[in-house]
Design a protein. Structure first.
Length: 137
């Protein structure tokens, strides 16, 4: 019972100190404001650009009769890469929209035609910028 009385007295003292700030006293200390988050996982906070991976550089395609091999430079802090391939002038969406942890992707068995491709890196902060688009047949 004695502990409960001491706790009540302490709480009353804290409340009184906080109320006296409006009467010419000094304000009770307050907790510091939280710093902005540097991760993309918090609701509503924009992801800092420095956290996102860069666009993959040196994106190239090597073509043979039935296979297209895409390569690009590794990106610092990338966890994986997404490669997207679509038919030029089509609104049907991507024929390929897949991820890999490698810096190469092989596509075979595609129908004849003109295509474009791009790749982007991802990490815990989100998706980085796209590479340059490649046009190929």
């Amino acid at each position: 019972m004695m502990r409960l009385s001491c706790a009540a007295v302490a709480l009353a003292a804290v409340l009184a100190a906080g109320c006296s700030a409006g009467e010419g006293g000094t304000a009770a200390p307050t907790a510091p404001s939280p710093l902005p988050s540097t991760s993309g996982s918090t609701g509503g906070s924009p992801t800092p650009q420095s956290c996102l991976p860069a666009a993959p550089a040196n994106f190239k395609v090597t073509t043979t009769d039935s296979t297209r091999v895409f390569t690009w430079n590794a990106v610092a802090n990338a966890q994986d890469y997404f490669i997207q391939i679509a038919r030029v002038g089509s609104s049907d969406g991507f024929l390929v929209d897949t991820n890999t942890t490698q810096t190469t992707y092989t596509w075979s068995g595609h129908p004849p035609g003109s295509y474009w491709a791009r790749v982007y890196a991802r990490n815990a902060c989100g998706s980085g910028a796209n590479s340059e688009q490649l046009l190929f047949n």
